[in-house]
Design a protein around this ligand. Structure first.
Ligand code: GAL
Length: 507
């Protein structure tokens, strides 16, 4: 019966095509793909007429639904176009996609109606190798693998916190025309450093098809847009400014986490007197001291002035910058002497081993602590930053010459999805970029981060690519790395002002 129907349809189709008519010529205005639940009396033909302007478009509905079913079993599997049941979930493609399918559809190849399993590789490039980072990434891989079991995921990591080794490697690959399929990219101005118009695909259509503009907060969307386009799909929101402390050490010393600068000096003195390293730091990557300094800057200048420093509204000659450098210099008198040999996670061992009392680092530290099985930690905003959330976000992008483009598109869709973000963030130690994740999946720290994200003044991290173009970030980092050794407040402030001038933001 179906065969006969199919043959009849094919004949009519062929006639129409010979007459040069488009099968969907009575097209209603172009529309987005939509999900449809079958009602009693529906036929694919009638649905084609209703949504795509012609009953002849039914194969496009069948193919779209079967394709969805491969990735998501809540969609129906349609084995026979004449046999559909009320309650089944269908995918009605957009007019454009339906036309594209019908243009290649050949009724002598009915397999085209049954979707195609993704195959080949998916090369995912990131710097996530540390505890928490690796587990979070694995969570995303698991979701992807369940949807696309025939795709081989290649975990192409280049170790080094904050991507300080990764980024130059990736740039070389892009320039050589040899990119991975997708790569980790901070939301914000970092994208400028990759010449996106030359090397990346704008992914506005993925935002549209996945409803991502409705899923992410408006401020994040603004941060993600560069030259009028989206270049990455964010998986998370991280917070740069957290002071982590060892609860037992603080309790035994009768101390509370410091909230003001004066309290910080007093607490640090008390800890030092007890033979504990007050503030553990690792600076081997060249970004960690600048990271702490951005938090000190926010905590000394306040949110508004901090923002102004990156937009040109506040000059770097402002006295708060000098004060921030003074604060940082004093802070450095309380750190471990072996910091040049340690990475950010290496510094975390000071707390685990009860040799150090505090660390100032982003909340990936929370993921790392979880991965280490260390639970004796508390958290507080570093001095002066109560009510300020220094934010950054990791996204994944699509290089123009991605060898496995379809697999990469499927990957960024998983990155933006609720299930992807819920699998990733609780392990990574970050909160979802989406606004609809289930808070019950997150630990106490992350619940507090969600509350702060909703109520604090949000300012952009510079070291993690949000606030400034790459060349400025590099100048900023260089100045602070030098400062850790020199302690030269006036000279460093002048270098920071010059960096702003060189970036074309300050006069
Ligand atoms: C940041 C990144 C985080 C975390 C951290 C340490 O730049 O956004 O996800 O991985 O580096 O590697």
């Amino acid at each position: 019966m179906l065969r006969r129907t199919l043959i009849n349809l094919v004949l009519v189709l062929a006639m129409l095509l010979t007459l040069g008519l488009s099968v969907v010529s009575a097209a209603p205005p172009a529309q987005e793909e939509l999900t449809y639940t079958i009602k009693l009396g529906d036929t694919l033909w009638a649905l084609g007429e209703k949504y795509l302007g012609s009953g002849f478009a039914w194969p496009a509905i069948m193919a779209a639904t079967n394709q969805k079913n491969i990735e998501d079993s809540t969609f129906a599997y349609i084995g026979n176009a004449d046999v559909i049941h009320p309650g089944w979930k269908l995918a009605i493609p957009s007019q454009e996609d339906a036309e594209a399918f019908l243009a290649i559809y050949d009724p002598s190849k009915p397999e085209l109606l049954f979707g195609k399993r993704a195959k080949g590789q998916l090369v995912v490039a990131s710097w996530w190798t540390a505890g928490g980072e690796a587990e979070g990434l694995r969570g995303l891989f698991d979701i992807y693998a369940a949807k696309y079991p025939d795709v081989e995921i290649v975990n192409a990591t280049v170790a080094g916190g904050a991507g300080f080794v990764f980024r130059p490697v990736l740039k070389t690959r892009l320039i050589a025309g040899d990119p991975p399929d997708t790569f980790q990219l901070h939301a914000g101005l970092e994208v400028e450093g990759y010449s996106p118009e030359q090397y990346l695909e704008p992914i506005d259509d993925i935002y549209a098809s996945e409803g991502l503009e409705e899923a992410f907060p408006a401020d994040l969307l603004t941060l993600l847009k560069y030259k009028g386009h989206y270049w990455g799909v964010p998986v998370n929101i991280h917070r740069s400014n957290i002071l982590w402390y060892d609860k037992s050490i603080f309790a035994e010393a009768g101390l509370n986490p410091p909230t003001t600068w004066d309290e910080f000096w007093a607490v640090a003195d008390a800890l030092k007197a007890q033979g504990v390293v007050p503030l553990a730091m690792g600076t081997s990557g060249g970004w960690e001291a600048p990271h702490i300094f951005e938090d000190v800057l926010a905590g000394t200048c306040g949110a508004e002035k901090y923002n102004g420093l990156w937009t040109g509204a506040v000059p770097w000659t402002d006295s708060c910058v000098a004060q921030a450098l003074e604060n940082f210099k004093r802070m450095l008198t309380y750190v471990n002497t072996d910091h040049p040999a340690l990475s950010w996670d290496g510094a975390g061992h000071y707390l685990i081993d009860n040799k150090g009392a505090m660390v100032i680092m982003g909340d990936w530290t929370n993921g790392w602590f979880m991965a280490q099985g260390y639970t004796d930690y508390g958290w507080a905003p570093p001095p002066g930053t109560k009510g300020i959330f220094v934010a950054l976000s990791d996204s994944f992008s699509l290089p123009k010459e991605a060898p496995n483009r379809d697999n990469a598109i499927a990957w960024v869709k998983v990155c933006g999805s609720k299930e992807g973000q819920e699998a990733f963030n609780p392990k990574k130690g970050s909160i979802c970029a989406r606004t609809d994740c289930d808070p019950a999946l997150f630990n106490e720290y992350l619940k507090s981060a969600m509350a702060d994200w909703a109520s604090d003044a949000i300012v952009a991290s510079v070291v993690h690519g949000a606030a400034a173009i790459e060349s400025w970030v590099t100048d900023f980092k260089d100045a602070i790395v030098l400062f850790v050794v020199s302690g030269d407040v006036a000279g460093t402030q002048a270098a920071l002002q010059q960096a702003c001038v060189d970036a074309g933001v300050c006069q």
